[in-house]
Design a protein around this ligand. Structure first.
Ligand SMILES: [Zn+2]
Length: 70
């Protein structure tokens, strides 16, 4: 399986703080004692990372699937 996460389409999102378009950023998250890199839309300017509840939950489910496949 590897760590093939679906690329998040960050187009159309803008940073609320500086108005810059968000670009996909690798974010290290810890879950169930393991850490993973997931791709979330983020702002290059101020480091803001958009963590949408639904999006984050989807990512967590992907991580869970990876753990189960091991
Ligand atoms: Zn910003």
């Amino acid at each position: 399986m590897g760590h093939a996460f679906a690329k998040f389409d960050a187009e159309g999102w803008n940073c609320k703080k500086c108005g810059r378009p968000l670009t996909p950023c690798s974010v290290n998250v810890e879950y169930m004692g393991s850490s993973f890199f997931v791709e979330l839309p983020g702002c290059q300017e101020c480091g803001f990372i958009l963590i949408d509840d639904e999006l984050a939950l989807g990512r967590m489910l992907e991580v869970e699937k990876l753990l189960e496949d091991k």
